[in-house]
Design a protein around this ligand. Structure first.
Ligand SMILES: [Zn+2]
Length: 95
């Protein structure tokens, strides 16, 4: 358990993500391109960049179809509020 303060109701990262990210399963994995011709993604909350380039994030959490990505820090901050089920590629992550 971290005792970090929960993000406030007016946290700058909020953009209505609860419409599509509430209660979903997130899988921690190495970043991969969603489809051919895709180049990068951004964290759904803080917009940190995921790509195959060295200076960008190379690991994080994605929705099961790997369409939406969220960085570790934002998962940590919002996981209780959003009620995510966190897994890695081999199974559930112990709480
Ligand atoms: Zn983030």
């Amino acid at each position: 358990m971290s005792n970090k303060a929960k993000p406030s109701p007016d946290d700058w990262r909020r953009r209505g993500q609860e419409r599509f990210l509430k209660g979903v399963v997130l899988v921690r994995r190495t970043y991969r391109l969603y489809r051919e011709g895709w180049d990068h993604d951004h964290c759904e909350f803080c917009s940190a960049k995921f790509s195959l380039a060295e200076h960008d994030l190379s690991r994080g959490y994605s929705t099961e179809e790997q369409y939406r990505w969220i960085c570790d820090d934002c998962v940590d901050d919002f996981k209780e509020e959003y009620g995510w089920t966190l897994r890695d590629e081999s199974g559930p992550i112990p709480a």
